[in-house]
Design a protein around this ligand. Sequence first.
Ligand SMILES: *[C@@H]1O[C@H](CO)[C@@H](O)[C@H](O)[C@H]1NC(C)=O
Ligand SMILES: *[C@@H]1O[C@H](CO)[C@@H](O)[C@H](O)[C@H]1NC(C)=O
Ligand SMILES: *[C@@H]1O[C@H](CO)[C@@H](O)[C@H](O)[C@H]1NC(C)=O
Ligand SMILES: *[C@@H]1O[C@H](CO)[C@@H](O)[C@H](O)[C@H]1NC(C)=O
Ligand SMILES: *[C@@H]1O[C@H](CO)[C@@H](O)[C@H](O)[C@H]1NC(C)=O
Ligand SMILES: *[C@@H]1O[C@H](CO)[C@@H](O)[C@H](O)[C@H]1NC(C)=O
Length: 477
Amino acid sequence: MLPSVVALLALLSCTHGENPAIQFILTNKGLQYGKHAGAGWIQEKLDKVTLPDISGEINIYIGSIDYTLTGITITKCDFPEPSVEFFQNNTGFKASMSGLSVALNGGWMTHFGIIDDGGQFDMAIFSMDVTSVVELGRDPDGHLSVSSVSCDAQVGDVDIQFHGGASWIFQPFVDHFKGHIRSEIQIKICPAVREFIDRLEYHLQFMNVSFDVDQVLTLDLALTGLPVIDASSLNLGLKGEFYSIKTHMSPPFEAQPFTMPEQPSYMLSMGLSDFTLNSASYGYYSAGLLQVLINDSMIPPRFPLRLNTSYMGQVIPQLPKMFPGLLMNLKIYCKEAPIFSFQPGAVKLDVQSVVKAIAMEPNGTQIPLFTLNVDLKFSGKMWITGETLKGSMTMDNVTLTLAASEVGTFKTDALEVMVKGGMKMFVLIKLNEKLGKGIILPRMKYAQLVNSVLKMEQGFIAISSDAEFLLTDRSFN
Ligand SMILES: *[C@@H]1O[C@H](CO)[C@@H](O)[C@H](O)[C@H]1NC(C)=O
Ligand SMILES: *[C@@H]1O[C@H](CO)[C@@H](O)[C@H](O)[C@H]1NC(C)=O
Ligand SMILES: *[C@@H]1O[C@H](CO)[C@@H](O)[C@H](O)[C@H]1NC(C)=O
Ligand SMILES: *[C@@H]1O[C@H](CO)[C@@H](O)[C@H](O)[C@H]1NC(C)=O
Ligand SMILES: *[C@@H]1O[C@H](CO)[C@@H](O)[C@H](O)[C@H]1NC(C)=O
Ligand SMILES: *[C@@H]1O[C@H](CO)[C@@H](O)[C@H](O)[C@H]1NC(C)=O
């Protein structure tokens, strides 16, 4: 009994994949909007479509006639609104359309023995019904995949008028003949649907699931598991991990699971775990970028403290006496990757840094002075107004401790007050100016987000939004 329980537990822990740090949810409202826009687009496209030739053979008493209908063009299409729904049975969608009617014209050719004939025709196809079930999946590389599970097509009736050639002879036989044409059309519909889905699948396979966001970081957006579908939504879990292009190292922490609140009144929702921000932070940190050397010429002229040993008497009384009149450098680096944590209504940022102070002799010799541990705690807010993501940041706490000193001990209180003042005056004001202007939400070529709202929750932020297609662009292809 026990071994089987252990085996089961081991199996469960193995099959338990990694948690997605980004969740993308398409609601039924989004699906219906997408379908409506898609149907309009298809209707527009159908007006220009030339269909494949239809050819066959009809037996008459004295032999068989080969026929070809060619250059078949849609002249009018009565395109009823299709229905699309999430389909749990196959983790996908079920789309159906009934009562599609199409008027077509083209040329006809017949071949009977040595007699060739030809002319024009008009055709009407009535009451076409098509139902297609598509399954969504995930391939081993984390791409979304689509495949056709079933397709069913019925053509209600066909009416054909032939013109030209000897059409007056065979037009009376059309009633016999049109059943044949009807089934020729019927058997062509599902292969065309499957080909469309295969083409979509082909594009999905070649889509990148990771993107370089700058010189330093790549964002991995591979699917972490199979798409999840219920009656009212589709949920895609994405890895959402940044890593350094150079080191390719994963951070030493994992994404925690989170549950997105249901937002059926929006078309889509996206949840972003603080893991994503922290992986970016770790990426910059492990690429060695979270460090800076500060010298006196970088200190704003209005700041009361200069990086000159003669000015340090207030905070380190012995320093000007030991090394008078020397310029100083501050080497600042993060001890660990800064950590973001999302909490209801706020994002907290914890930065643990080390500051090494060095005095510079005129001949370039460097004299190490002291090393400080500086822990900074910030909290921030984020919100969306219109199409802009904005934010603000405040500093909650600065803790400054002396880690080592080559110039003897000194009290850090005065320095702490100065660091606080400096951060507020010179860093936060600039930062908040930028955050206040915000960044425009990504706008794709054919769609944009509207009515977006952002909510900060425990461990993640949730953005819910409607979308607006810009399908008037005729170049959409
Ligand atoms: C979906 O699955 C359920 C339960 O397995 C079954 O009863 C139902 O007929 C299926 N629906 C379709 C359309 O296949
Ligand atoms: C996919 O990524 C590769 C390598 O980063 C790049 O060369 C290619 O252009 C990308 N393809 C697309 C469609 O973005
Ligand atoms: C301070 O650093 C900047 C940039 O590294 C450099 O251009 C400048 O000359 C330095 N100033 C001093 C006084 O060393
Ligand atoms: C440092 O400050 C003192 C006092 O203002 C000044 O005399 C000295 O020239 C400064 N040192 C440098 C290298 O600028
Ligand atoms: C630089 O100057 C200091 C004091 O002026 C002196 O002690 C040191 O030996 C000099 N270093 C070099 C490499 O000249
Ligand atoms: C700042 O941090 C110190 C040390 O962690 C703590 O004792 C103090 O209460 C904090 N102050 C505030 C305002 O949070």
